[in-house]
Each structure stands twice: as C-alpha cells, then as structure tokens.
Design a protein around this ligand. Structure first.
Ligand SMILES: Cc1cc2nc3c(=O)[nH]c(=O)nc-3n(C[C@H](O)[C@H](O)[C@H](O)COP(=O)(O)O)c2cc1C
Length: 398
C-alpha cells in the first residue's frame, strides 16, 4: 500500500520511514527512526529527486508505481551518493531503460564504485549553475561539496522556488504522516534531534555549510525539501538561523552543560553540587550528563547548544576515563570550536585527567580553558569555598 504526500500540485513526497534501524551509519542511536525522503516531479517529463535506503526499497517502489500510474521516469537526479539515498539507482536503471541519470562527474565516478552498471548514454552530466527543464519546472544545480560528501549537489526548482537540499536541513526521526514543518511542533519535538543530526553528521563541515548558505541566500527559496526529516514550507528563517549558528560554531544559548565521567560516583556528586551553585547564580538551561550512559552524539549536540561546558573526569589508570576520552576525540573530529570549558578532575593517588584533558582541548580550535578544580577522591564541605569560587568564575565568564 502506498504512503505518499503531495508537496505541490505536481510534486509528491515518495519517501519512506525506517523505525527498525537501531543505529544510523551503524553508529548513532535513532530511537525515533529516520525518514529517507525522495520526491517525484510529475511534469511533462518526470524527474525523481534521489532514491532511498535499501531497507525500504519495497515500500519505495510501491510509492513510485502509485504516483507514476503507468508513466516512466525520465530523469533520476542524484544529489548524494551515500547509500541511504542512492541504494536504488541500479534497480531503477533496469526498470526504466530510457531514464537519464542526472549527476555531476564525482557522482558518476561513485555510481561506478557502488554499482556494476553501464552508464554510456544513460548520464546527463551537470555542473554548477546548469539547468534542466522538465516542462514547466526548471531545475538549477548548485554544487555543495562536503555537505556532507564531496559529490553533493542541491537543486533549485525555479517554478515552485523549492530547494532540494540533500542532507542539509535534515533531521533524525521518522515522519508520522505529518511531513510538513507546519504540521508538527518542530521546536518542541524535533529540534534536539535536528541538532544531534547536524552536529554529528554535518558538524565537521561548518565552512562548507556556510558557503552553501551563501549560495542559497541568493535564491528566492519558499520551500526546503531535505533528504531526512520534515519538509519546510513556512518559517524557513527559524531553521536557516539554526544552521547558520551551528555552522559558525556559535552556541545557541548562554548556558552550561556539565558532563562527567565517574567510576564510583564522587565526581558525579561534585558535579551535582556545582550545578546547584550555577542555578543559584541564575544560570538557566543547565544540563548534567553521565558520559558513561549518554551516547556521545547527544553530548556533542548539547555542546553545540551551550556556550559553556564543564568536563568532570576521574583519573583512570593514569589517564582520562574512557567515556570522556571518547568525547574529546569526537569533539576534535567534529571540529567543535568557540566554547569555554571548565574542568574538574578526580584521582585517589595521582589525579592526572585534568592536565591531560587540557592538552587535548589545546589541540582544538578556539577553546578557552577557564578553570580547573582538582578533587582527591571526595569533594567535602571543607572545600565549599573552592567550589563556590569555581562556580563564580564560570558565571563571570558567561
Ligand atoms: C581501574 C581504576 C584505575 C584508577 N586509576 C587511577 C589513577 O591512575 N590515578 C588516580 O589518582 N586515581 C585512579 N583511580 C581512582 C579514581 O580516579 C577514583 O575512582 C576517583 O578518585 C573517585 O572518583 P569517582 O567516585 O568519581 O570514581 C582509579 C580507579 C579505578 C577503578
């Protein structure tokens, strides 16, 4: 049975949801699933914007056949060669022998790497600024390398002012029938997953996202159709603003996220005491996370949200407790920048985690290390003043 939604009079969402997949990219937990969006433009010529993941091919083909109602596909526009979007290229080339694959040179190279297909006479090569008419619609191609693979391009539909934005403006989360942003409460129900998607999937490529945003600003965009998550047809500025902030590595909120790695709970207790003092000083939006039980992708997302970070860590075998070590690796890999970090470390005979974390933070760009509070096993009342001073310095830096 088909499950499709009309986006405009002649453009239809033919995407699919996966609520069974536990780990996106075999790495990121997706408790709310994910959508693989694909769009059919039913013009004089029929164009399909990307395909979907192999796991949902059956549903995708039903959706396509229903909307096509006996027509063929003239063009398959391949904006992104990541397998969650391109898995059906080979099958569609077989089913629709007259279909042209619309792609740039890098994409064609990847098609041959992923699929054993003969592309002679089957490819319409495009580059920056090229256009393709399907009748009433004119599609203009805009290259967006490294948002988030090198071959990525986005497509602007001049007729309906739609930006088909590939992975940009995507989010984790399956679509529950309500595929449009004005049918859901995005800020309440989707923003945190959108932030987690951005910061972990595209976060490393802030510079490239900025250059795509500049190109998009020159277009009159009325709707954004990404490859994951809701379609934007109102209040576009809200999400564009978030993308602008995230890609400049600017925090969304003046707030503090406290992340601890604690074996027996004493570092955790010190963090809880600190959180109370920060709250007493008027800090809002504080969040405390145990790095052992919180997925690192959530921690990264929270660091993207907050201006200030407290890392608290027990010393483990002369080094950094592994969950915090893992977080630091991810922060560097994802190019986290422009944050102020305060440190708490703990050790029973030779606390070392603090200075080792400082070294790791110094390898990152534009990270200010504010203050360090060292604990010997337990933070007791006799150090209340030290904790008070530590909290005050964080607040003063905000
Ligand atoms: C396997 C293991 C290795 C540890 N290695 C060190 C160490 O090298 N240096 C040190 O000062 N403390 C070390 N500790 C002590 C921890 O840092 C200790 O758990 C901490 O002082 C108390 O904080 P917590 O209750 O938050 O774990 C180690 C603890 C464990 C369980």
């Amino acid at each position: 049975m088909q499950g499709t939604r009309k986006v405009t009079d002649d453009i239809v969402w033919v995407g699919c949801n996966d609520r069974r997949l536990a780990l996106f990219e075999n790495l990121f937990p997706i408790p709310r699933g994910v959508s693989y969006n694909s769009y059919l433009i039913m013009d004089e010529k029929v164009a399909l914007m990307d395909t979907v993941d192999a796991s949902v091919t059956g549903q995708f083909m039903e959706n396509l056949e229903y909307v096509l109602a006996g027509r063929g596909i003239d063009y398959l526009v391949v904006q992104h060669m990541e397998p969650d979007h391109c898995a059906n290229i080979e099958e569609l080339m077989k089913r629709y022998p007259d279909m042209q694959v619309v792609a740039n040179t890098k994409t064609v190279q990847m098609i041959h790497q992923f699929f054993d297909v003969e592309s002679d006479g089957r490819v319409t090569l495009v580059k920056e600024g090229d256009t393709l008419s399907t009748g009433e619609h004119t599609l203009r191609f805009v290259m967006a390398p490294m948002v988030h693979w090198p071959e990525v391009m986005v497509t602007y539909d001049e007729k309906d002012k739609i930006l088909f934005s590939a992975d940009a403006f995507g989010t984790f989360g399956a679509l529950d029938g309500n595929i449009f942003n004005d049918e859901i409460d995005f800020e309440k129900d989707w923003l945190s997953e959108a932030r987690r998607y951005y910061s972990n999937i595209v976060g490393k490529y802030g510079v490239q996202v900025q250059s795509l945003l500049k190109k998009a600003a020159a277009l009159d965009v009325a709707m954004i159709c990404p490859l994951h998550g809701p379609v934007w047809r109102s209040s576009l500025g809200f999400f564009i603003d978030k993308y602008d902030k995230w890609s400049r590595y600017e925090p969304e909120e003046d707030s503090v996220v406290l992340i601890y790695g604690s074996i027996y709970g004493h570092t955790e207790a010190a963090v809880n005491s600190l959180a109370c003092r920060l709250a007493d000083a008027g800090v809002k939006g504080i969040k405390v996370y145990d790095a052992s039980s919180t997925h690192v992708s959530d921690l990264i997302a929270e660091i993207f949200r907050c201006s200030h970070v407290v890392l608290a860590c027990a010393t483990y075998n002369g080094g950094i407790y592994p969950p915090i070590e893992n977080l630091l690796s991810d922060m560097k890999a994802l190019s986290v920048q422009k944050r102020t970090v305060a440190l708490m470390d703990n050790g029973t005979w030779a606390p070392a985690a603090g200075r080792m974390i400082v070294k790791r933070l110094e390898e990152m760009k534009d990270i200010t290390v504010l203050e360090q509070l060292s604990i010997k096993s337990v933070l007791r009342e006799d150090r209340a003043e030290d904790l008070e001073t530590f909290a005050r310095k964080i607040v003063e830096a905000m």
